[in-house]
Ligand binder design. Structure first.
Ligand code: ZN
Length: 324
């Protein structure tokens, strides 16, 4: 299966998924006005981003940043050619998403027991049971109204309470989520502990068990290993990557540390490697202005935005256009 995936990687497009509006904003204390969120979504979709996680269906009391989840979802659904995804912590979140007509539901559970207890107050086994019920609800929807259901495994490469997480645990829950009916999986280094060797070990193990199901990678650059981990995941045949514009989303336990891997830097690396993403680098860089205007107090990361494109840089899109 691994060889099969690697072969696919040579001809397959890489899919980038913007998670900044959810992962990037969730701990930011200032509310980003709904109109700015929608401008960000529209501008990034216009730059070629095919999928955006636009919000989270958690109770607004818990995270005020997502008090406008309904408006953001409905606004994003009007953007052409965009897969609109949202995070769901539980069944209530799934119901809200289905009512709104969101395209994709991202369910998350933590592989680490302590993290799952702190986050959703139940052991991971119970989260798998919750997921089964959610999948049943999703699959009972009429065709055309049935969202894609994604099983996300947080703290799969390390936990801020437990430290190292056993690969066998990641594989166990990956298999259980797929058996429960997940259309896709996302394996996440939630706290930015991973190194490339560990990434190879975990992703090879998961990919060999769950076969053709898409396994996306979600890395944080908290300790500077983010893009090295992407490279390691590419070697394993991973073709779907989460990132956030300007690397928004630091960790509350690591003040000043960067958050998700920086979307622009990830795109530059992939594009330089000749991998096709469908996203226009220069248009993507421009979208940063929407964030800096809307949230002047937010920390924005990114090497490419600071240094600019290399002299005489030719993007994959330009190469393809020249060859056509
Ligand atoms: Zn994350």
């Amino acid at each position: 299966m691994l060889e099969h995936n690697q072969e696919k990687n040579m001809s397959q497009k890489i899919t980038l998924r913007e998670v900044g509006l959810r992962d990037g904003l969730q701990i930011h204390p200032t509310f980003m006005p709904t109109a700015d969120k929608l401008a960000w979504i529209a501008a990034e979709a216009a730059a070629g981003m095919s999928e955006i996680e636009v919000t989270s269906y958690v109770p607004p009391k818990l995270i005020p940043q997502f008090a406008d989840a309904e408006q953001v979802t409905l606004g994003a659904l009007k953007v052409p050619n965009l897969i609109v995804a949202a995070l769901i912590p539980n069944m209530r979140g799934a119901q809200r998403g289905i009512e709104l007509g969101v395209h994709k539901l991202n369910f998350v559970m933590s592989v680490s027991e302590t993290h799952n207890m702190k986050n959703v107050r139940r052991p991971p086994e119970d989260s798998v049971t919750d997921f089964k019920a959610i999948v049943e609800l999703v699959k009972s929807q009429p065709e055309g109204k049935r969202p894609i259901i994604v099983g996300g495994l947080s703290t799969a490469l390390g936990c801020s309470y437990e430290g190292r997480v056993a690969v066998s645990q990641v594989v166990k829950y990956a298999k259980q989520l797929v058996e429960a009916g997940a259309d896709e999986l996302v394996v996440a280094d939630t706290v930015g502990y991973a190194d490339p060797n560990q990434v190879r070990e975990v992703f090879k193990a998961v990919l060999s068990e769950v076969g053709p199901v898409i396994v996306g990678a979600h890395f944080h650059d908290t300790r500077g290993t983010g893009l090295a981990n992407v490279s390691a995941a590419l070697d394993c045949g991973v073709t779907h990557f989460d990132a956030s514009l300007a690397g928004l989303g630091g960790c509350p336990f690591a003040p000043g540390a960067s958050g998700n891997i920086v979307m622009e830097d990830l795109l530059f690396m992939l594009d330089s490697m000749g991998l096709e993403t469908g996203v226009d680098i220069e248009k993507l860089i421009e979208v940063r202005k929407i964030i800096s205007r809307s949230l002047p107090d937010i920390a924005m990361q990114g090497g490419l935005a600071k240094a600019g494109l290399p002299r005489n840089y030719v993007s994959v899109a330009q190469r393809l256009a020249a060859a056509a």
